[in-house]
Design a protein. Structure first.
Length: 323
């Protein structure tokens, strides 16, 4: 195993499985690029990969993973692979088909974690990820209850297609409903989380239920923030000062802050130097007051509001309550 891989701490999930606290995000890592990105990441010490059917690149991610296993660089049981079921695959029997589709694309017999990608069932129209009506508004499927999707997830786990099951973009009430009406507590809730959206209330609530938070868009997706006239977290003076103090990048400070709060984190990069630097951060620790100084940057600012196609009108839109 490479040096970094042995240094990356694990989080123990509520079903006993273990997840490396840092993983590589693969969204918008395009086909033609992502295969090499995953090779670089495995060499750099990444063992946790965050995938989704929706990212339309799982065949390449899987190719790189299978090559690394074949070449003896890594064993399957050292890896933690996550994939997700998109909301147009929520109807009866469809989550299982979606999981099998991802496994086929990845070329793997099981994943480590399967997530409900969003809590907002959409209509099935030709497997279109964004089924819309003539006016461009998303078509919802209000006949589907999340608890039924979750019970199918329990069966998918029993069938051995995934080791653990969890959710993404769920609010606390939606998770509470699953817990009350099933025998499985989600192991993870994967949500947007960065210095502008510290998610402290949701984090504390999830901890009280034995659920780990995973931070997506931990760098607030870099440039997007600037487009919206907000300073990128990588340019916030407090973060830049800490980067300079510890001799690391501003991104490393944002990622390290998450790990020190017990939050797993999945930065995406397609740039070799950044891929390496984003995980090489176990030679320093932020002090408690530095962690608090970053917590204090919170302004509940969300990049991924999911208002596209009117999805904010969905009865299950998760951001209608504070957390
Ligand atoms: P991130 O916050 O991880 O930001 C990615 C951007 O930051 C890219 O433009 C990348 O550029 C840049 N970047 C990476 N490292 C550095 C660095 N060291 N210095 C400066 N810039 C850097 O955004 P994502 O939205 O991609 O989130 C990460 C992952 O989370 C996704 O890939 C996906 O796996 C998951 N996700 C899950 C969602 C869900 O609904 N569950 C929603 C959104 C994301 P470059 O690639 O050019 O290096």
């Amino acid at each position: 195993m490479s040096g970094i891989a042995t240094k990356v701490p694990f989080l123990t999930l509520n079903d006993g499985n273990r997840m490396p606290i840092i993983g590589l995000g693969t969204y918008e890592a395009p086909p033609g690029v992502v295969e090499n990105v995953v090779r670089v990441a495995i060499d750099a010490g990444y063992r946790h990969f965050d995938c989704a059917d929706f990212y339309e690149n799982e065949h390449e991610v899987g190719q790189a993973i299978r090559d690394a296993i074949r070449d003896g660089k890594v064993k399957r049981d050292e890896l933690f692979i996550t994939t997700k079921v998109w909301p147009n695959w929520h109807g009866k029997g469809r989550p299982t088909l979606s999981a099998k589709r991802s496994l086929k694309n990845l070329g793997l017999p099981y994943v480590d974690l399967l997530l409900i990608h969003w809590p907002t069932p959409l209509k099935q129209v030709d497997d279109n990820f964004y089924p819309t009506d003539a006016t461009g508004q998303a078509l919802f499927d209000n006949t589907i209850e999340l608890i039924d999707v979750w019970k199918e997830f329990e069966q998918i786990k029993k069938d051995g297609l995934t080791r653990s099951i969890g959710v993404s973009n769920f609010n606390s009430q939606q998770i509470e409903d699953l817990i009350k009406n099933s025998s499985t507590v989600p192991v993870v809730n994967q949500v947007e989380c960065h210095p502008y959206l510290s998610q402290e209330k949701l984090l504390n609530w999830c901890e009280s239920r034995g659920i780990k938070l995973t931070a997506y868009s931990p760098l607030a997706r870099s440039g997007t923030v600037e487009e919206k006239n907000t300073t990128s977290p990588l340019d916030i003076p407090v973060i830049k000062q800490l980067a300079s103090k510890y001799g690391v990048s501003a991104a490393a400070i944002c990622i390290k802050w998450q790990t020190q709060r017990g939050v797993s984190v999945i930065p995406k990069s397609a740039t070799k130097e950044r891929i390496i630097a984003n995980i090489d951060l176990f030679n320093f620790n932020l002090t408690d007051s530095e962690v608090k100084a970053i917590n204090d940057l919170n302004r509940d600012w969300r990049n991924n509001t999911w208002t596209q196609f009117g999805i904010n009108k969905h009865r299950n839109w998760p951001f209608a309550i504070p957390f």
